[in-house]
Write a protein that binds this ligand. Structure first.
Ligand code: ACO
Length: 370
C-alpha cells in the first residue's frame, strides 16, 4: 500500500507585527476586548505578495525534504487571497522555484484550503497519479480587509507555510480525512467586492464589505470541527486519548477550547499560535504544524489531529500519523527582504487607498446573487 508521508515543512511569516494596541489607535476597540473574546494579542501584516510568502515557504519545505524543485510533480496553492485569478497563483510559485515538471492548481475553500489541499494531494499520491506534491496554505488578508470594520479587522493576519508530501511504503501522513460544508450557512461569512460578480459596479479595487455573523460562525465551527474530529478518529479506530497533538485552525481560542473539550483532549496537547498570529485562514494549520515541529512537539510516530472550518462554511478534520523524521534534511537560506514600514504604517496606507463606505458603498450594498 502506498502512503503520502510529510517529508518537508517550511513557514514564511512576514515580520511586521500589528498589536492590539496598534488596532485601538484606528478602531474603537481595546486590548482587553480582543484578548478576552479571541485570545489574540498580535498578528502580522505582509509587505510582500502572497506569492512571495509562498515561494519562500516552499523553498524552505523543499530543502527540509531534500527534494529538488525540478522533481516536484504537483503544487497545490490553498488560499482565498489571490493577487490575480488568471494566471493561477500555483503557477507563479512553480515559475519562481523552477519546478518545470509540476502540475499546478489553486484550491479555495477559505480557511480550510490547506486541509482540503493536504487531503487532495494525499489521495493523488496514494492512487498513483503523482509521487510527490507541495501543499501551500497562504493568506494575505490585510490587502482586502475592511479596516474600518472592528468586527473583522481585529481577527485576521497574513502568513504562509508549505509541506512536501512524498510516496512511502510505510504508514504515515494523512491516515483519515473527513470533509464537509454547511452550505445553507454560506451567507454568514461573505466578503463583498472581490470576484467577477462585482465587476462593472464601480467598486474601487481593495474596497470590501464583510458580512460576518461571528456568533453563528462560532457555534457552527465548534459543532462541525468537533463532529468531524469524532468521525475521523472513529474511522481510524482511535479516540481523543490516542491523539498526541491537536494542530487546529486558529480563528478563536474559545473555539479551539470547545473542540478540544468535546474530543476529551487537554489543552496541553493543543498547538496554539492564535495569540501571536491571529486567524491567518488557510495558513493557520500549516504554520502551527511547522512551529510544533520546530518546538519538538511532534515526535516520531506522533498522532496529530487537524480540525478546521472556513467560509462556505467548509469544515474538515484530518488525522495524521507522523513518520520517523522530525528534523529537516536541509535548510534553505532564502529570506524575505526586510520591510521598510511598520505594520501600522502599512495598514494606514491600505486604509487610505480604500473607502468602502464612501465611493464603493452603493455598489457593495448588494451582494452578488447567482
Ligand atoms: N472591539 C470592541 N467591541 C467589539 C469589537 C471589537 N473589535 N468587535 C465587535 N464588538 C462589539 C460588537 O459591536 C458587539 O457590541 P453590541 O453588543 O453593543 O452590539 C459586541 O462587541 C459583541 O460582543 P459578543 O457578542 O460578546 O462577541 P462574541 O463573544 O460573539 O465574540 C467574535 C465575537 C470574536 C467575532 C466571535 O463571535 C467569534 O470568534 N466568532 C467566530 C470566529 C470567526 O468567525 N472567525 C473567522 C471566520 S471563519 C474563518 O476562519 C474564515
Amino acid at each position: 500500500m502506498t502512503w503520502a508521508a510529510i517529508t518537508g515543512w517550511g513557514a514564511c511569516m512576514p515580520p511586521a507585527v500589528l498589536t492590539n494596541a496598534d488596532l485601538s489607535t484606528i478602531l474603537d476597540t481595546s486590548d482587553e476586548w480582543i484578548t478576552t473574546r479571541t485570545g489574540m494579542k498580535e498578528r502580522r501584516v505582509s509587505h510582500v505578495s502572497a506569492m512571495q510568502l509562498s515561494t519562500v515557504a516552499t523553498r524552505r519545505a523543499l530543502a527540509c525534504a531534500g527534494l529538488d524543485a525540478g522533481d516536484v510533480e504537483m503544487i497545490i496553492y490553498g488560499s482565498c487571497s489571490y493577487e490575480e485569478q488568471v494566471p493561477n497563483a500555483a503557477s507563479g510559485v512553480q515559475a519562481a522555484i523552477g519546478a518545470n515538471r509540476a502540475a499546478a492548481m489553486d484550491l479555495n475553500t477559505a480557511c480550510t484550503s490547506f486541509l482540503y489541499g493536504l487531503s487532495t494531494a494525499t489521495a493523488m499520491i496514494r492512487t498513483g497519479v503523482i509521487k510527490n506534491a507541495v501543499v501551500i496554505g497562504v493568506e494575505l488578508i490585510s490587502r482586502y480587509m475592511d479596516w474600518s470594520n472592528r468586527n473583522v479587522a481585529v481577527l485576521f493576519g497574513d502568513g504562509a507555510a508549505a509541506v512536501v508530501l512524498q510516496a512511502s511504503d510505510t504508514e504515515s501522513g494523512v491516515i483519515g480525512s473527513v470533509l464537509g460544508c454547511d452550505a445553507e450557512a454560506r451567507e454568514v461569512l461573505r466578503v463583498r467586492g472581490i470576484g467577477c460578480g462585482y465587476a462593472g459596479r464601480g467598486i474601487m479595487l481593495g474596497d470590501t464589505a464583510w458580512d460576518f455573523d461571528g456568533p453563528a460562525i462560532f457555534k457552527r465551527a465548534v459543532k462541525a470541527m468537533s463532529e468531524a474530529s469524532g468521525r475521523v478518529l472513529e474511522g481510524a479506530g482511535k479516540t481523543g486519548a490516542d491523539v498526541d497533538l491537536v494542530v487546529p485552525h486558529q480563528a478563536n481560542l474559545r473555539i479551539i477550547e470547545g473542540v478540544a473539550k468535546y474530543a476529551g483532549i487537554p489543552m496541553e496537547k493543543v498547538m496554539l499560535t492564535v495569540e501571536r498570529y491571529g486567524n491567518m485562514s488557510a495558513a493557520t494549520v500549516p504554520v502551527a504544524l511547522v512551529e510544533a515541529l520546530e518546538a519538538g512537539r511532534v515526535k516520531p510516530g506522533s498522532l496529530l489531529l487537524m480540525p478546521g472550518f472556513g467560509g462556505g462554511l467548509t469544515w474538515a478534520s484530518l488525522l495524521v500519523k507522523w513518520g520517523e523524521r522530525v528534523t529537516p534534511t536541509g535548510v534553505s537560506d532564502v529570506a524575505l527582504p526586510a520591510p521598510t514600514k511598520t505594520a501600522l504604517e502599512m495598514v494606514h496606507e491600505i486604509r487610505a487607498s480604500q473607502d468602502p463606505h464612501g465611493r464603493s458603498a452603493a455598489a457593495l450594498a448588494t451582494p452578488f446573487v447567482a
